[in-house]
Design a protein around this ligand. Structure first.
Ligand code: AMP
Length: 142
């Protein structure tokens, strides 16, 4: 099976643009309920990941969360540029190996365009089905 067959395609993935105000990213994260989402540029190239903890950490004062600082920041100022990603033509077994450490991987094409995400959940679901089928095969009478 190919990565593209298991991934959630980018149209269905909650994401933000690196030029968006930080407040907008906060709204998308809260409304989607996801802890981290991909960041793209205007050409849809993958640029990073943004999470609620990165946002809150960026406005953390000595004694309180300084919400007013949100106004002056955009996603690019705060995002993590180290994104776990995989090329869409790479093997599913590489995706499986990488997803040991990450709940999801961003998927990119030859141009670095963000095409979707491969979640650990989708990989486990696929593995589960595969193992069940193997078991059934092995107990089937010949
Ligand atoms: P799940 O496989 O649903 O447990 O998702 C694992 C992680 O993948 C979530 O915490 C999100 O960070 C990310 N994720 C899954 N689905 C989406 C989506 N549709 N949009 C954005 N991020 C997602």
């Amino acid at each position: 099976m190919k990565i593209t067959e298991l991934m959630i395609s980018s149209e269905k993935v909650a994401h933000v643009n690196m030029n968006n105000p930080l407040e907008h990213a906060m709204l998308v994260l809260i409304k989607s309920g996801y802890s981290a989402i991909p960041v793209v540029d205007t050409t849809f190239k993958l640029k990073g990941l943004i999470s609620m903890s990165l946002i809150l950490d960026s406005i953390l004062g000595i004694e309180r969360i300084e919400v007013e600082r949100l106004e002056n920041k955009v996603v690019e100022d705060v995002m993590n540029e180290e994104v776990p990603y995989i090329h869409e033509n790479e093997s599913l077994s590489k995706g499986m190996r990488l997803s040991i450490d990450y709940p999801f991987l961003c998927v990119v094409n030859d141009e670095g365009i963000f095409t979707g995400i491969l979640t650990r959940r989708a990989i486990l679901k696929h593995m589960n089905r595969y193992l069940h089928e193997m078991n059934r095969e092995s107990v089937r009478p010949t």
